[in-house]
Design a protein around this ligand. Structure first.
Ligand code: NAP
Length: 317
């Protein structure tokens, strides 16, 4: 029996992830946890989802709850609670209020679901991953942040559309911060097994424009429709089904580093990892060109500075 919990279930990402996973039919029970004020909304969402699932002959159980004890027995607890990023906000603007939310939920998870894997979505996700690690007291393989997997999917889309090639042929990765200091690893990107720079029509690719488009991808969606929705939900679905099915895929997630990549330590950043039923099985060392390495160090400096600031503020409050 596989049970997972979504905390912040009334939100855009929370409810979309629930429906995405329910449709995949790999989870037996999804607890949709919300604050009490959102309970009626979550209950309505669940009733609506059941109607849709009946059309697919799927019997997943969706449990609306505002009792934190109901998270007990969850294999994965996903936290999507937080103030969403509005047009013009940076992810770092959200750090203070969201860190307080993550701190409290991490402590609840440690108490009621001590064997679970925590999956953080709340932004700024790399900082929040370190906060969740600290306040849950979990081993680091069981505290994972979503960020660069979504950025990697976005890069795949941009390349696929530029070259007019099926996205399944494109192997690429974005590491570093889920934010302005993301690092697209173009030096190790391949299309159909061919390194990007040797691929036909590479000269037509304006790399600066591509990177700008990639960094602005989330903001562009938010400026047009108010929130990102399907992309993050499917990216989270990838991570959860990889863990639940013990698929051992290499996906890029935020994890607390202790020198495994270029000696960077005491900061959570997106790096490629092997994901398995226990969370992160191992971090994969990355080969970077000098300019990519410099950008990765920049990401580490920026996220570390913010994390230290947030830790100080949490200690004071
Ligand atoms: P949303 O629709 O506003 O939902 C956020 C949920 O957070 C609310 O529905 C509420 O859930 C909970 N919440 C709000 N204020 C709270 C408070 N003061 N205390 C406790 N809970 C509170 O936002 P969203 O679009 O789903 O985005 C959720 C988070 O994910 C944001 O931080 C966003 O920036 C982030 N995000 C991250 C990625 C990524 O790749 N990492 C991608 C997209 C979005 P309940 O009332 O149900 O408890």
């Amino acid at each position: 029996m596989v049970k997972i919990t979504i905390i912040g279930a009334s939100g855009t990402i929370g409810k979309n992830v629930a429906f995405t996973l329910a449709k995949e039919d790999v989870i037996d029970e999804i607890v949709m946890y919300s604050r009490e004020r959102s309970h009626p909304k979550v209950t309505g969402e669940v009733l609506d989802m059941y109607d849709a699932l009946a059309a697919e002959d799927i019997d997943s159980v969706l449990t609306p709850s505002c009792n934190v004890e109901d998270i007990a027995g969850s294999k994965i607890v996903l936290i999507t609670s937080g103030v969403p990023r509005k047009d013009g906000y940076t992810r770092l603007d959200l750090a203070v209020p969201n860190a307080k939310i993550i701190k409290e939920y991490a402590q609840d998870i440690a108490k009621y679901a001590p064997d679970s894997i925590i999956l953080i979505v709340t932004n700024p996700v790399d900082v929040m991953t370190s906060i969740a690690l600290e306040y849950s007291g979990f081993e680091k393989n069981r505290v994972i942040g979503l960020g660069n997997h979504l950025d990697s999917l976005r890069l795949k889309t941009i390349l696929s559309r530029h070259f007019r090639i099926n996205s399944g042929e494109i192997h690429t990765r974005v590491i570093g911060e889920h934010g302005d200091h993301m690092v697209p690893l173009l030096s190790s990107t391949t299309i159909g097994g061919i390194p990007l720079k040797y691929f036909a029509q590479y000269e037509d690719l304006n790399v600066d424009k591509l990177v700008k488009k990639l960094k602005n991808a989330g903001g562009n969606i938010i400026s047009k429709k108010g929130a990102t929705e399907y992309g993050p939900s499917y990216a989270i679905g990838n991570l959860i089904s990889t863990i639940v099915n013990d698929s051992r895929k290499i996906l890029t997630v935020s994890t607390y580093l202790e020198g495994e990549v270029e000696g960077v330590y005491d900061v959570s950043l997106g790096v490629p990892v092997v994901l398995c039923r226990n969370g992160i099985q191992r971090i994969i060392p990355v080969h970077m060109k000098d300019d990519e390495k410099a950008e990765f160090f920049d990401a580490a400096r920026t996220v570390k500075k913010c994390t230290y600031k947030i830790r100080e503020l949490l200690d004071e409050s």
